[in-house]
Design a protein around this ligand. Structure first.
Ligand SMILES: Cc1cc2nc3c(=O)[nH]c(=O)nc-3n(C[C@H](O)[C@H](O)[C@H](O)COP(=O)(O)O)c2cc1C
Length: 193
């Protein structure tokens, strides 16, 4: 297979696989470390390299889901709180192998706009998702639960200028590959000037 075809096949084969559809098998920590190494090769304006990943592995996965659920319980107004949402957060990682908190850690170079730093972290996340796909690892980028709440930011000890970009669930899955779905073709989202 040519390297172009290998890259394109990986892009087309990347699917969001929900953590509940993972099978509980564990990824070697070394392989997750390799995904993080690939994340480090995202484009970065001014070499600010604004991505930071907090890795939950082994029993830390369940511990983190418990903490996440507690944050939801303790900081959600009673009229919005549901037991179903609590249970979903609590058990979201039951079949995942690792969870990565994907963080935009703002550096001192204020010449680079915040949106570029977030774009750079998103590119590094995509590196993880694509490398995971190439290694037969299922992945899921989640921004659900408490992701955007201050309580989560406090829990992760982020500074006001940092941003939590989401949680990346990693694991293995027995699901057969399914084609992706897009509402519009690339032709409708591009124009040749
Ligand atoms: C920034 C971001 C956040 C996302 N958060 C969620 C989420 O919280 N829940 C969810 O079901 N999917 C989430 N997704 C995954 C999308 O649902 C998924 O990418 C979309 O359905 C397209 O499917 P595909 O990734 O398999 O191509 C997120 C995707 C992105 C880029």
């Amino acid at each position: 297979m040519s390297s172009a075809l290998a890259v394109e096949t990986t892009i087309l084969h990347r699917r969001s696989i929900k953590p509940a559809q993972m099978n509980g098998n564990k990824i070697q920590d070394d392989l997750v470390d390799h995904l993080l190494e690939m994340a480090n090769w995202a484009p970065t304006h001014g070499l600010t390299e604004p991505w930071f990943y907090l890795v939950f592995s082994g029993e830390k996965v369940q511990e983190f889901c418990f903490q996440h659920a507690q944050l939801y319980k303790n900081s959600t107004p009673s009229e919005k709180y549901t037991e179903a949402a609590y249970e979903k957060i609590l058990h979201n990682g039951d079949k995942a192998s690792h969870i990565l908190a994907a963080i935009m850690k703002r550096g001192d170079n204020q010449k680079i706009p915040e949106q570029e730093e977030m774009a750079s972290v998103a590119a590094s996340i995509q590196n993880i998702l694509l490398t995971a796909t190439a290694h037969g690892i299922a992945s899921f980028w989640s921004t659900s639960g408490m992701t955007y709440q201050q309580a989560m930011k406090d829990f992760l000890q982020l500074r006001p200028q940092d941003k939590l970009m989401g949680f990346i669930f990693l694991g293995y899955s027995d699901l057969p590959f399914t084609d992706g779905k897009r509402m519009k073709s690339h032709a409708e989202k591009s124009k040749w000037a």
